[in-house]
Design a binder for this molecule. Structure first.
Ligand code: GAR
Length: 197
């Protein structure tokens, strides 16, 4: 069975949606561990409550290189095939990305290449666009720039606030991430991208 780990920095709602999909058999894979760059990430607590092993990467005490080495060692020792970012707010080094080329997936809360960076929802809101959305992509050495695997549009309606937009984006993320990973793990490329490759 495909084995993956999840990296997060915050509350972990995408991790929970993936864990639900694994539990319900919609995503035929195993979450080997959930790792974070910060010990107090709510997502770590939520993973522990679900009985998933958690790992704190020593970014603050030992830095990026030591943290990435720890992660690489863990993945190879455990036979973890995919590294799934779910709100992980650190930039991975190009060395790490190259070592795991084509095996790192990220979710971003905008229609890339629009609004990359730390606040994709707020940036789209402040720009005043009528349509934003969600992107799932492979990670390359850039910021939110790797090959796109799947996207979903989310309309910003006159009655929306930043809060309702955030809710709509998160709902779209939770619906799309497990489906995209399921396709990716089974076939290497999600169906909606196959015609482009
Ligand atoms: C998600 O909206 C995810 O797309 C975003 O962080 C949020 C994490 O929420 N990621 C990025 O902005 C990456 N550039 P969660 O912790 O509730 O899953």
């Amino acid at each position: 069975m495909t084995s993956f780990c999840i990296l997060l920095s915050g509350r972990g709602s995408n991790m929970e949606a993936l864990a639900d999909a694994v539990r319900d058999g919609r995503l035929d894979a195993r979450i080997d561990f959930v790792a974070s760059d910060t010990a107090d990430a709510t997502g770590l607590e939520r993973a522990r409550e679900r009985g998933i092993e958690t790992v704190v990467l020593p970014y603050s005490s030992e830095g990026k290189k030591a943290s990435e080495q720890r992660l690489s060692r863990l993945c190879s020792a455990r036979g973890v095939e995919w590294i799934v970012l779910a709100g992980f707010m650190r930039i991975l080094s190009s060395e790490f990305v190259m070592a795991h080329a084509g095996r790192i997936v990220n979710i971003h809360p905008s229609l890339l290449p629009s609004f990359p960076g730390r606040d994709g929802i707020g940036d789209a809101w402040r720009w005043g666009v009528a349509v934003t959305g969600v992107t799932i992509h492979l990670v390359d050495a850039g910021i939110d720039s790797g090959p796109i695997l799947a996207q979903r549009a989310v309309e910003i309606l006159p009655e929306d606030s930043l809060e309702t937009l955030e809710e709509k984006i998160h709902a779209a993320e939770h619906a799309l991430y497990w489906k995209t990973l399921s396709e990716l793990f089974r076939t290497g490329v999600p169906a909606e991208r196959r015609w482009r490759r």
